[in-house]
Design a protein around this ligand. Structure first.
Ligand code: ADP
Length: 402
C-alpha cells in the first residue's frame, strides 16, 4: 500500500511517499516559496538499490495547486517516476496543526471534518488555512486516494483538566475554548513508540518525558503511553525557548509593550513569535551558530544557551513531579538528536532525580536510537530520531484499515 504524507505550510509543501509494506520511502521533496516569484520544487526519487535521483525545479508563480500537480507528475514520470499512476496511492495523510477539541484521533476527511478544521482556524489561522488548501488541492490531484487528517493536537487530547485549563474566567473556555492544546503531537507519539520498542517495554506501561527540540520546541509528560501534560498551549508560543519564539513569560509583558511602547497587537505578536527565543537573546536562531558563537566566547550566545537549557531543565523537573516515576527521558528534533552539549546542559545537576548522562555515550553521534545514560540509573536517557511523516503515514494506514 502506497501512502503520501503531506505537510502543507502557508508557502510550502513537504511530502514523502511511502511503500507501507516495509515502510520504505519511495520519494521525498519540498515545494517552497509558493505564491512568490521564486517558487522552487526539490524532488528526490529513491531507487531500490539506495541510489537517489534529485531534481530541482524553479518556477515563477508556483502555488499550492500547481506545486502538487508538479509533484504528482514527477511521481508518475515515465523515466524517473516511482509509481505508474496517481491511483496507485491508496491514501494521502495530511498534517493538520490545530484540531481543537474535536479530534482525538485521525479522521477520514469529509465535509464535516473540513467544517470542524475551519471552526478551529481562529486558533491557528496561518497553519489551518494552509492545511485546508493542501486538502483541497490533494483531493483534486489524487481523486482516487482516501484523504486522512492527522492532527498535531490529537495526542494531547488525553490531558486531564487540571493540566489543560488556564486559570482564567471559565466563560473564556466555555464560549471560546481557550485552553492548553499542545502541539508536535505526531512527533511526541512517534518517539514515545520508538522508545518503547527500544526499551522492549509496552508503551502502555511506560512513563516518559519527551523533549522535541527543533526550531519549535516542546516537552511532554507521558503516563502509561498517554500525554498528561505538555508545554505548548493555546498556540505553539508557550513553554520552552525556541528558535524565534519566547516560550513562557509573564502574560503582562504585552500590556507593558502596548501601554508604554505603543506597539500594536500585530507588532507584539511578531516580536514574540519571530524575533524572540534564541534569536531575540543573541541574534541567531540556528542552534549550531549559537553553539559556535558561545564556544568563541560571545556573551549573548552563552546567555541564550543558558536560558534555553535552564528552561528545559525546569520542565524536566516539573514533569518528574507530574509523573512521580519516570522510566525514560527522550531527546528528539534537530537539536535534541544532534547537540550533545545542549543535552548535557539540560540534564546537568539532575542526579537527584535519577537523571545522569554518560559523557562518552552522549558524544557518540553514530547510532540512533540509543541510550546515553550509564547502566543502572533509574531514568534511561534516550536519543531518538523523530519521523513525523512516517508517523502520519502509519496513522493514515491504521485509519483506512479500521
Ligand atoms: P524543524 O523544527 O524546523 O523541523 P529541526 O528539527 O530540523 O527543525 O531542528 C532545527 C534545529 O536543529 C536548528 O536550530 C539547528 O541548528 C539544530 N541542529 C541541527 N543539527 C545540529 C547539530 N549538529 N548541532 C546542533 N544543532 C543542530
Amino acid at each position: 500500500m502506497k501512502i503520501l504524507a503531506i505537510n502543507t505550510g502557508s508557502s510550502s509543501i513537504k511530502y514523502q511517499l511511502f511503500d507501507m509494506a516495509d515502510e520504505t520511502v519511495l520519494a521525498t521533496g519540498m515545494a517552497e516559496r509558493l505564491d512568490s516569484d521564486a517558487g522552487t520544487l526539490s524532488h528526490t526519487a529513491m531507487a531500490a538499490d539506495g541510489t537517489r535521483d534529485t531534481i530541482e525545479i524553479r518556477e515563477k508563480h508556483l502555488d499550492h495547486a500547481r506545486g502538487l500537480v508538479r509533484i504528482a507528475a514527477l511521481l508518475t514520470d515515465e523515466t524517473r517516476g516511482v509509481i505508474r499512476d496517481t491511483s496507485d496511492i491508496a491514501a494521502v495523510g495530511h498534517r493538520v496543526v490545530h484540531g481543537g477539541e474535536a479530534f482525538q484521533y485521525p479522521r477520514i476527511i469529509d465535509q464535516s471534518v473540513i467544517n470542524d478544521i475551519e471552526k478551529n482556524t481562529p486558533l491557528a489561522p496561518l497553519h489551518n488555512r494552509a492545511n485546508l488548501t493542501g486538502i483541497r488541492v490533494a483531493d483534486s490531484v489524487f481523486p482516487t486516494a482516501t484523504q486522512v487528517a492527522v492532527f498535531d493536537t490529537a495526542f494531547h487530547q488525553t490531558l486531564p483538566r487540571q493540566a489543560y485549563m488556564y486559570a482564567l474566567p471559565h466563560d473564556l473556555y466555555d464560549t471560546h475554548r481557550i485552553r492548553r492544546y499542545g502541539f508536535h503531537g505526531t512527533s511526541h507519539a512517534c518517539v514515545a513508540g520508538k522508545a518503547a520498542d527500544f526499551l522492549n517495554i509496552p508503551l502502555e506501561q511506560l512513563n516518559l518525558i519527551t523533549l522535541h527540540l527543533g526550531n519549535g520546541a516542546s516537552a511532554t509528560a507521558i503516563r502509561n503511553g498517554r500525554s498528561v501534560d505538555t508545554s505548548m498551549g493555546l498556540t505553539p508560543l508557550e513553554g520552552l525557548v525556541m528558535g524565534t519564539r519566547s516560550g513562557d513569560m509573564d502574560p503582562a509583558v504585552p500590556f507593558f509593550l502596548s501601554r508604554h511602547l505603543n506597539l500594536s497587537l500585530d507588532e507584539i505578536d511578531a516580536i514574540f513569535n519571530r524575533q524572540s527565543g534564541l534569536k531575540g537573546l543573541c541574534g541567531e536562531n540556528d542552534m549550531r551558530t549559537v553553539l559556535t558563537k558561545a564556544a568563541a566566547g560571545d556573551d549573548h550566545a552563552r546567555l541564550a544557551l543558558d536560558v534555553y537549557t535552564y528552561r528545559v531543565k525546569k520542565y524536566i523537573g516539573a514533569y518528574t513531579a507530574v509523573l512521580g516515576r519516570v522510566d525514560a527521558l527522550v531527546f528528539t528534533g534537530g537539536i535534541g538528536e544532534n547537540a550533545s552539549d545542549v543535552r548535557e546542559r539540560c540534564c546537568r545537576g539532575l542526579a537527584g532525580l535519577g537523571i545522569v548522562i554518560d559523557p562518552v555515550r552522549n558524544k557518540d553521534q553514530k547510532t540512533l536510537p540509543r541510550r546515553i545514560s550509564p547502566r543502572n540509573t533509574s531514568v534511561k536517557v534516550l536519543v531518538v530520531t523523530t519521523d513525523e511523516e512516517l508517523e502520519i503515514a502509519r496513522q493514515t494506514r491504521k485509519k483506512i484499515l479500521e
